[in-house]
Design a protein around this ligand. Structure first.
Ligand code: G3P
Length: 188
């Protein structure tokens, strides 16, 4: 199972990586804005503290398909030889789904994000992404987030899809604990 940190704080990543088996880092525009840093600064700092066996997921900013594709290529272009694998996060909007289909033919790790239902995640998996990020706590606000993610895991398994589920948006340890019991691939 992959343990991923959802942060723009490179010092925290360094500290936690010394204690735990950290597989990588995810960020999103909200986390970066709250950090007071620019996306470029965050990327520079993360690339310095992460290693080649780890992944760094950055989210696209554009909302139209052409812009999303341009952002994705710009993120991938940040890849350096001794740095983490640069991966791209794309929200599951109609324009995002189109970009995922296009990128599935390229050598790029894509994570479909802001997933609010098992069905939204399943459709992204069919479009060829490598990771799905369902928002557990946000789904808990109107239902049962853990159950929804558990359904997604079953749907992928039944369909023979190897897409990894990286559950996100947690507000307590119980949510994480329950998903590890369900066999989640990754948590951030
Ligand atoms: O990775 C997604 C996460 O950052 C969203 O979390 O706490 O805003 O629901 P939250």
């Amino acid at each position: 199972m992959e343990l991923i940190l959802d942060t723009a704080d490179a010092a925290a990543v360094r500290e936690l990586s010394d204690c735990f088996a950290v597989s990588g880092v995810t960020t999103n525009p909200t986390i970066i804005t709250r950090s007071g840093k620019t996306p470029e600064e965050v990327a520079r700092q993360m690339i310095k503290v992460l290693h080649p066996h780890q992944k760094f997921f950055m989210q696209v900013i554009a909302t139209d398909t052409q812009g999303i594709l341009a952002d994705a290529h710009a993120i991938k272009a940040l890849q350096v030889a001794d740095g983490p694998e640069m991966c791209v996060k794309i929200p599951v909007t109609p324009e995002g789904y189109k970009a995922m289909k296009t990128l599935s033919t390229e050598k790029m790790t894509v994570l479909a994000t802001a997933i609010y239902s098992a069905d939204q995640g399943f459709m992204a998996a069919l479009n060829g992404v490598q990771y799905l990020a369902p928002y557990v706590n946000r789904m808990d606000n109107y239902g049962d987030g853990v159950r929804e993610v558990s359904d997604l895991l079953s749907m992928l398994a039944k369909a023979g899809l190897t897409t990894k589920v990286c559950a996100a948006s947690f507000k307590n340890v119980r949510q994480i604990h329950e998903l590890i019991k369900e066999g989640i691939d990754a948590v951030t």
